[in-house]
Design a protein around this ligand. Sequence first.
Ligand SMILES: *Cc1c(COP(=O)(O)O)cnc(C)c1O
Length: 465
Amino acid sequence: MAKKKTKKPAKNWRKFWKLGVDEFNTQYFDITRNGELVVQEGNYIYNLNDIVKKYGSPTEIVFPFILEERLEDLHDYFRAYMKIGGYKGKFYYHYPMKVNQNKEFIMPLISEGAHMEVGSVNELWLVKKLWEEDKFHSKLRVLCNGPKTDAYIRLIEDLHLKNLSIMPIIEDEHELEKLSKYKGEIGIRINLNTKADTHWDKKIDRFGFTAKQILELPKMKNLKLLHYHIGSQITTASSVIKPIVEAMELYVKLIKIQSSLDTLDIGGGFGVPYEKKPFYSAKGMSEKMIKLLKKISDEAGIKHPNLVIEWGRYVVAPAQVTIFSVIAEKSIPKGNAKSWYVIDGSFMNDLLDTWAIHQKWHIVPVNNANTNSLKSVWLAGSSCDSDDKYTAGGSYVLMPKLKEGETQYFAVFDSGAYQDALASHHCLLSSPAKLIAQDGAIKIARKRETADSIGRLFGWNGDHK
Ligand SMILES: *Cc1c(COP(=O)(O)O)cnc(C)c1O
């Protein structure tokens, strides 16, 4: 009797790990037949398992092409919907530098047409350096947010005199006073929350004026821009739209007093689907936003404002992954997961938001991603701190069961936003190496820190007298 062959169709591992999905920003990722995680840049392919075996772990890998594509798409959406809708204002993307100040992030964004938003004198100093090195032409515009120290104001004035297109955004009375003699264009920030009079603690706002205060300002010939920034990782479409309505209410009144006003800057806050669940999209939202801005300004009989957006996280988070390896397993007697996987790096140091704001991450094995032999685990960082862990909010992470004699690697997705500048040195662990994957090649941007280089940060200069 012939053996009946009922060959089960191969499991779709790409789908299982939620890769290859545009809405999740994982369209560049796939699993090979050998169960290895790869990234595709056009016809180039980066095998993350090969890379981490060659360069070691922990390591961060930056994909500049992802940054470029995301910004290009944003420009395309807004410009297309402006054109289709007969919107007369211009669109400007300003990259908020604080989200990731690494040169490997900034340069591709500038080349793709990003303008800049800085939040401190030191960030502005980096822009000045690029400017002096002729790394961008004079059309690049710089917005300056954040508390204006004397040094910050001096640098703004200096760069303005050198003809850089720079605009300080005034956030309080103190700054208004200090910048009263400033001749260049200025912006003003509104704190939309201050509308809720019931919140006693918001009466003295930290960032921005109330609408009332703004409407009472004396006429200023150089006031060009109205700005708000309400937060980060906004989770619903309506919370992206509602503040625009509030801000436009003020804009319409303000332009009657301050006739030089011509730009609305809606700040950052656009979210990223870290958890790979349905989320609002930039394409859909850009259409809604342009229609809304057009409707409000047409009804009020004012010129369509130029639109500035400062979506940082949205553009850069998906452009980097962080890879760790598992160095030990410890069983969990009672919990939602079966084991701890102890890793060769630290959540607390290098993905600090895990600890600070209980950030959820999408985690995918770099090798053995095609096995049915999976285990529910929690991840433990290798600092000596019990808070150095990732438990997916008390749930669990799926990971291949460990195999004797084979190192298990995994990638944490969307690590491109905020984690670098927040990184720390708890227990003096080394920061991951930083690699750049571009045009089919891997470059080392930053080597893994050595004991000596970390020691120097703490005054151990090799001279121990
Ligand atoms: C932090 C910040 C941003 C970026 O916010 P995201 O949530 O990353 O988009 C934009 N503008 C200002 C003024 C900021 O402070």
